[in-house]
Ligand binder design. Structure first.
Ligand code: ATP
Ligand code: MG
Length: 589
């Protein structure tokens, strides 16, 4: 393959585009890999399409190697199967829906569990047909609330989705393990620095679930590690260690105190210490019970319901964790105070909630027998020794509090948690029978009785991976692609107005004939300086500059990573480059 810059559909940009907020988005636009075409929708330019296809090939190759079979479902689907599974409403505003000319409802599929289960039901009828795993690489559509950061969160994006079908749990665990290992090979080959973390199973329920997160400060996910053991989890999936419960009747009785002007935890703690509330000092925010009012809207419901979350006052509510815990409901901070005069803003205590019929969930640290300083449900008043299990009874617990660096590890209880941000590039989970139940997928079992297959589900954000790789592989001059995904192997830069052009084209022709992917900068009205800048922006692993020293039979080889520059004789150059690239390719599979 030989691409010529003089004719390539490419315009590099000197300036950062105004609407591009993260490095990958800026650089992919500036270097001419993508163009914004719609809100959350991007056109792949020739160089971008090459990168996308290389990533797709790595993904496809590793899945075929573990025996997965490639199919391709329609993206435009009738609503019925999604109604049957419940996801038509559960996905809520996140799916694009449309009607055909007869008024029949359709959707643009956000993911294809329904189709996979129906296809297996359609074609397979005996235990002998199993196990089987289907996969596809396909454009997905989601009406994301906040499309952002270019390819990182689009409304139309490329996903590889795979669905395994096994007859028993052991089979499912094996399929899961096989995909986990394949994913590790895929992301290793793509040159991503990633962590496999425990995850919530999100939209679909199910049990074991892990995400592959590419670490970068611009990632939307936050994940923890441990300083002592190998625990790693999305903060959404971190379970708080539960302290031991006590005897509620052993606590002193509730006392209500005047605490004027204490609408915040800090002001309350200050006053509690100054006045020795409850006959003591040494109060800290962690001794207070903060009650945060949230609005929760179930999918398909017209109205939101109130939910009060109780947590130690030194913690903040993490809406992402609450959202994950209450999925698929939508959660937001409650603001309609005037409609609920019974809730005294800043002075809410859990003592009343039961009577008001308001759902109350608490942080797992709020155990039976624990006594709190909390609101007394009157303006300017708080109560001490409000005891869980005596003065209030929560409706359950919820992981709503923020997770912080330095928190004790819930797994080993020795180490401390560290926190990083990452981009979710892959997600695997043991889904179970939700969809085979929904469509009554039964096959004849070995004993003549029907068995219902159990599913695993495995996704990779292929287009998102382009951005994740760019995020991890760039410097202040541009992209620095790993060899496995670079659009080309060699970038030939013609620097000179004489015989350099012909020499470079000849060199490019020979390299391309030997199977290398070559980009030649053969533009005649562009200075060498601009060409060098563009080459660094585009980020192909090696550039060969055909310049002044051509007359003496020399060219210059520039490595994009590491800045190595070597003068090389033109003689033998083709063999050298072909050898190098072949070795590189062999090491990448
Ligand atoms: P997120 O939490 O980022 O919204 P998700 O949990 O909705 O992701 P899945 O339904 O598990 O994602 O989809 C599988 C993969 O598809 C994800 O791991 C991610 O890499 C990719 N993906 C999901 N949504 C988008 C999007 N809007 N744009 C690009 N890639 C996406
Ligand atoms: Mg999503």
């Amino acid at each position: 393959m030989l691409l010529r810059m003089s004719t390539l559909l490419l315009r590099t940009l000197r300036e950062d585009p105004a609407d591009a907020e993260v490095p990958s988005h800026r650089l992919l636009l500036r270097a001419g890999y993508i163009r914004r075409a719609a809100p959350g929708g991007y056109t792949w330019l020739p160089l971008g399409k090459l990168v996308l296809d290389r990533i797709t090939e790595v993904v496809r190759g590793e899945l075929l190697a573990i025996g997965d079979q490639e199919v391709h479902f329609p993206a435009l689907l009738p609503a019925d199967p999604y109604r049957t599974s419940g996801r038509w409403t559960e996905y809520g505003d996140d799916i694009f829906t449309l009607a055909d000319r007869r008024g029949a409802e359709h959707l643009l599929a956000p993911t294809h569990e329904e189709m996979a289960a129906l296809l297996v039901k359609d074609l397979f009828s005996s235990y002998r047909d199993f196990p089987v795993t289907l996969f596809q690489v396909q454009t997905k559509f989601r009406d994301e609330a906040r499309p952002r950061a270019g390819l990182l969160r689009g409304r139309e994006f490329l996903m590889k989705d795979a669905y395994s079908f096994d007859l028993d749990e052991a089979g499912l665990r094996e399929a899961y393990g096989r995909h986990r290992a394949a994913y590790q090979r895929i992301f290793d080959r793509l040159g991503l620095d990633y962590t496999v973390v425990r995850a919530m199973s999100g939209a679909m329920g199910g049990s074991a679930s892990e995400e592959f997160l590419a670490a970068t400060p611009v990632g939307e996910d936050t994940f923890v590690g441990c300083t002592s053991c190998d625990f790693a989890a999305n903060t959404e999936a971190v379970a708080t260690r539960v302290p031991s419960a006590g005897d509620p009747s052993a606590q002193p009785a509730v006392e209500v105190h005047d605490t004027p002007e204490t609408p915040t935890i800090a002001s309350l703690v200050e006053l509690a210490n100054a006045r020795r509330l409850g006959g003591r000092d040494g109060w800290t925010a962690a001794d207070t019970l903060k009650n945060v009012v949230l609005s929760v809207r179930q999918p398909g419901a017209d109205r939101a319901e109130l939910l009060v979350v109780g947590l130690p006052g030194d913690r903040e509510v993490d809406l992402k964790r609450v959202g994950a815990a209450l999925h698929p409901a939508q959660v937001s901070v409650f603001e309609e105070w005037t409609e609920h005069p019974e809730l005294v803003r800043g002075y809410i205590g859990p003592q009343l909630l039961d009577k008001l019929g308001i759902r109350y969930l608490v942080d797992p640290r709020v155990v039976t027998g624990a006594a709190w300083l909390t609101g007394a449900n009157e303006p300017g008043r708080h109560a001490t020794d409000v005891v869980c299990g005596r003065d209030f009874t929560p409706d359950g617990t919820i992981e709503a509090a923020d997770v912080r660096a330095g928190d004790p590890c819930p797994e080993c209880e020795v180490g401390e948690l560290t926190i990083r941000r990452g981009i979710e590039v892959g997600h695997i989970f043991q889904l179970g029978r939700r969809f085979t139940d929904a469509f009554a997928v039964d096959v004849l079992g070995p004993a003549g009785k029907p068995v219902r297959p159990t599913m695993g589900c495995y996704g990779i954000g292929v287009s998102r991976a382009v951005a994740a790789i760019a995020e991890q592989h760039h410097d202040d001059r541009g992209l620095v692609w790993p060899a496995a995904v670079a659009p080309c192997d060699v970038h030939l830069v013609v620097a000179g107005k004489g015989p350099q052009l012909d020499a470079a084209l000849e060199l490019g022709g020979r390299l391309a004939a030997a199977g290398l992917r070559v980009l030649v900068d053969d533009r005649t009205h562009v200075s060498a300086g601009v060409k060098f800048t563009d080459a660094e922006l585009i980020g192909i692993p090696r550039a060969v500059v055909v310049g002044r020293r051509l007359a003496e039979g020399y060219v210059e080889l520039r490595e994009r990573a590491g800045d190595g520059r070597t003068e090389l004789p033109l003689d033998g150059l083709v063999d050298r480059l072909v050898h190098e690239v072949r070795q590189e390719r062999a090491s990448l599979v």
